[in-house]
Design a binder for this molecule. Structure first.
Ligand SMILES: Cc1ncc(COP(=O)(O)O)c(C=O)c1O
Length: 405
C-alpha cells in the first residue's frame, strides 16, 4: 500500500485555528459594497492569487464547479447557444454549460495531450457557438495558441478548466491565465486543497465583476451597483468560507514545491517505463511544463500482445494500486444519450431545436482511448518514495516479460 498524499501541514492547522478563534467564519453579505467581497481572509487570498497568477482579478469560490458555472454565466450566453467542450474531462465541465440552458458540443481530443484538438473546432463552430471550454487535463496545457487561431475574428470566448493544473506553464505563462476566464479546483484530491474550493482568474474586469455577482446573489445586488447589463444575473451562494481561505493562503506557499516533486516523480517513471516497447509515456509539448496531477499512459496495441485488462489484472495481482483503465467519454453519459437534463421533455435540446449529436463515433480518439488503450496512474493520490517508484517500474518490466513474448 502506498502512503496517502496529504498537503496539509501545521501551517494550515494554525491558520485554520486562528480563524476559528476569531469567530469570523464568513463575512459575506448579499449587499454592496459592504460584505460583497467577503472577509479578511477571502480578500487576502485573492490578493495573493492575483500576484501568483499575474492576473488582474482572482475570485475565490466554494468549488471549481461553482467557478465554472459562474464563468459560463458571466459570458453573454443565451439559452440555446452552443459551447464546444472536451469529452475527456470531469462531468462538471460540461454541466456548467447546461446550467445556463446552453448546449455542450463535444470536440475530440489530441491523442497525446488528451486536450481538445484545435483542428476539430472548425467543423463544429457555427453562428450559435459562443465559447470554447478547454480543459488542461491531467496537468498538461491545452493548445491555446491554435484554439485562438481557430476562433480568430469571431465573437467566441475561451474558458480554461485548469482544475488539474494549478501550476503548469505554457510558454512561461501559467495555464488558465491566457483565456478570457480560467480557473482551478481546490478540492481534496488536488495538488493543494482547501477541502472544497475553487479559484476564477481573469484579466477582464467586467467579467470579473459578473463572476463576483454570481458568487453572491447577483439579482439582489445589481441595482446597488447600478448595473445595466443584467442578463444571467441570477445569483448563487458560491462564497468561500474564511477557514478555507486561510488554508488556501498557506497551501499556495507550497504549490511550486509540490508541483516540482510531482514532476520529479513523473520524470523518474518515464526514465524507466519509456524503455518498454508498446508503452507510451506522457508527452510534454515543447516550451510547456506538466503538473502531473495524474501520470497518463497509452498502450500501443500494434506493438503488444496483451490487452489493457490483462495488464491491469497483473498490476492488481502484484498489489500495485492507482492504475485506472480509461478516463471518461462525457458524450456517452445517460444524460447526453437520452438528452434528459431539466425536466422530462428534453430541455434544453428540444426547446432550442438543437441538432447536437452525442452518438458513439463523434469523438473517435477519446472513445478508442477509453475503450482500449488508456491507463491512468493517479499520481496525486500518493506520497511516493523511490522504493515505491522502483516497485511500480520493476512490476511493469516483469509483467511485460510475462505477457509480451
Ligand atoms: C477537470 C475538472 N473540472 C472540474 C472539476 C470540478 O472541480 P470541483 O471538485 O472543485 O468542483 C474537477 C474536479 O475534479 C476537474 O478535475
Amino acid at each position: 500500500m502506498f502512503k496517502k498524499y496529504n498537503s496539509i501541514g501545521k501551517e494550515e492547522v494554525n491558520a485554520a485555528l486562528k480563524v476559528l478563534k476569531s469567530g469570523k467564519l464568513s463575512e459575506y453579505f448579499a449587499s454592496y459594497p459592504q460584505g460583497f467581497l467577503g472577509g479578511k481572509y477571502n480578500q487576502r487570498f485573492e490578493n495573493e492569487l492575483k500576484k501568483f497568477y499575474k492576473v488582474k482579478n482572482a475570485i475565490v469560490v466554494n468549488s471549481w464547479t461553482s467557478g465554472l458555472i459562474a464563468a459560463v454565466g458571466a459570458l453573454d450566453i443565451n439559452p440555446g447557444d452552443e459551447i464546444i467542450v472536451s469529452p475527456w474531462t470531469m462531468s462538471a465541465t460540461a454541466t456548467a454549460i447546461l446550467h445556463w440552458n446552453a448546449i455542450p458540443i463535444f470536440a475530440d481530443i489530441e491523442p497525446e495531450t488528451f486536450c481538445i484538438n484545435p483542428k476539430k473546432l472548425k467543423g463544429l463552430i457555427n453562428k450559435k457557438t459562443k465559447a470554447i471550454l478547454t480543459v488542461d487535463i491531467f496537468g498538461h496545457t491545452s493548445n491555446i495558441k491554435e484554439i485562438k487561431r481557430a476562433i480568430k475574428g469571431k465573437n467566441i470566448k475561451i474558458i480554461s478548466d485548469s482544475a488539474q493544473a494549478p501550476y503548469a506553464l505554457n510558454n512561461k505563462k501559467i495555464v488558465g491565465t491566457e483565456s478570457d476566464i480560467g480557473g482551478y479546483s481546490l478540492n481534496c484530491h488536488k495538488h493543494i486543497q482547501t477541502g472544497e474550493g475553487g479559484i476564477v482568474v481573469t484579466n477582464n474586469s467586467k467579467l470579473a465583476n459578473r463572476v463576483r455577482l454570481l458568487r453572491n446573489h447577483a439579482e439582489a445586488i445589481v441595482k446597488k451597483q447600478n448595473l445595466k447589463k443584467i442578463n444571467n444575473m441570477i445569483g448563487f451562494n458560491f462564497r468561500m468560507g474564511e477557514v478555507e481561505a486561510a488554508i488556501g493562503i498557506e497551501q499556495y506557499k507550497k504549490l511550486k514545491r509540490i508541483v516540482k516533486s510531482k514532476q520529479n516523480i513523473a520524470k523518474y517513471l518515464t526514465s524507466k517505463l519509456s524503455k518498454l516497447d508498446g508503452l507510451k509515456t506522457p508527452k510534454i509539448t515543447a516550451n510547456c511544463t506538466h503538473s502531473f496531477y495524474t501520470y497518463p499512459l497509452v498502450l500501443d496495441l500494434d506493438k503488444i500482445k496483451f490487452s489493457r485488462k490483462q495488464l491491469a489484472n497483473e498490476l492488481k495481482k502484484n498489489k500495485i494500486e492507482g492504475f485506472v483503465e480509461g478516463y471518461t467519454n462525457l458524450h456517452l453519459l445517460p444524460m447526453y444519450q437520452k438528452k434528459i437534463a431539466y425536466g422530462k421533455k428534453g430541455h434544453p435540446w428540444t426547446t432550442y431545436s438543437s441538432k447536437a449529436r452525442y452518438n458513439k463515433g463523434i469523438c473517435p480518439v477519446a472513445e478508442f482511448l477509453q475503450d482500449k488503450a488508456f491507463l491512468n496512474f493517479e499520481l496525486c493520490k500518493f506520497e511516493l518514495k523511490k522504493k515505491d517508484l522502483d516497485l511500480i517500474c520493476n512490476t511493469f518490466i516483469k509483467v511485460w516479460k510475462k505477457l509480451n513474448h
